[in-house]
Design a binder for this molecule. Structure first.
Ligand SMILES: Nc1ncnc2c1ncn2[C@@H]1O[C@H](COP(=O)(O)OP(=O)(O)OP(=O)(O)O)[C@@H](O)[C@H]1O
Length: 286
């Protein structure tokens, strides 16, 4: 099987008042169809920048992205994005928010009745069938996030791009959403790229965990294959040796190999530790 999504030699240089800032340097990644890939790395390393380049929102300074052998140059409905702060239209109901996306993609391909069924189907997929007519202000954060996911799925995207989709949710809602996402992905076989800060979430959901080095000039540090059988059960996995090994590999990468030094807020602690006295904000042991 050929590579479905290929990020090749991507650099991202932002102009800033202090001069050019190289956020990403030579990012390379190959993703197969139906794969669930997590991007993990310390805050500010460049995860959202990678996602925005794949979404076509940012244009890479060098290199580029191929999807099905076509170059990504602009946003498109085949690459739907789910943001952390559910970006629903506040004056539209859950149903109408999904309808907006469905009309954008299927207005010329589906009848009105087909569109109606499709909108309901997608809301039911995320267990929001009972609250379709509610406004965003009348539903919880987790429910809004589910509508955001239904809206993205309703476009039948080839790639689902998720920027910390569950970051703002309480632990129970988050667990429920993760389980729903695994079920949906098993049904639809979407290709997913998800940014997360949550190591357990990354191991539970992913086929591949892409660990990024600290910026500036961030790049892919290591890629961890997660070959745990599916369906995955969080309680059973908590006791699973392979799960715990993978989890510790990610933790090792983040907290040993790519340790980020919070020197500004803790000057006393830093001054006691010789290896942290460097003027650089980040310490990279590579
Ligand atoms: N439009 C921009 N102009 C200038 N610098 C930018 C711009 N967008 C991002 N950056 C910088 O690029 C780097 C990477 O940012 P990015 O948002 O991709 O990181 P991230 O890993 O997603 O962070 P977080 O985990 O905190 O969301 C940061 O140093 C950020 O300040």
């Amino acid at each position: 099987m050929g590579t479905f999504l290929e990020i090749t030699g991507v650099d991202m240089v932002f102009p800033t008042p202090k001069g050019a800032f190289t956020a990403l340097q030579d990012v390379n990644l190959k993703i197969n169809k139906g794969e669930f890939v997590s991007l993990i790395g310390h805050s500010g390393c460049g995860k959202s920048t990678v996602l925005n380049i794949v979404a076509g929102i940012y244009q890479a300074s060098n290199g580029g992205v191929l999807l099905n052998n076509s170059e990504v140059t602009e946003p498109g409905p085949e690459r739907a994005v789910v943001f952390q702060n559910h970006s629903l239209m506040p004056w539209l109901s859950a149903y109408q928010n999904v309808e907006l996306a469905v009309k954008q993609v299927f207005a010329n391909k589906m009848s009105k009745a087909e569109m109606h069924d499709w909108i309901e189907h997608n809301l039911e997929l995320v267990h929001m069938g009972h609250a379709m007519d509610k406004l965003p202000s009348e539903i919880s954060g987790g429910m809004k996030q589910r509508v955001g996911i239904a809206r993205a799925l309703s476009m039948q995207p080839e790639v689902l791009l998720m920027d910390e989709p569950f970051g703002a949710l309480d632990a129970l809602t988050k667990a429920h959403m993760q389980d729903s996402l695994m079920e949906i992905q098993a049904q639809l076989n979407n290709t997913v790229i998800m940014i997360t800060h949550d190591v357990d979430e990354a191991v539970l959901l992913s086929d591949k965990i892409v660990m990024m080095t600290n910026g500036p000039e961030a790049t892919v540090g290591e890629v961890l294959d997660v070959n745990l059988p599916r369906p995955r059960d969080r309680l059973a996995l908590a006791q699973d040796a392979q799960y715990n090994y993978l989890r510790s590999e990610v933790l090792k990468f983040l907290y040993e190999k790519q340790r980020k030094v919070e020197s500004i807020s803790q000057p006393k602690v830093v001054s006691k530790m010789p290896e942290l006295r460097q003027s650089a904000k980040y310490v990279t042991e590579k």
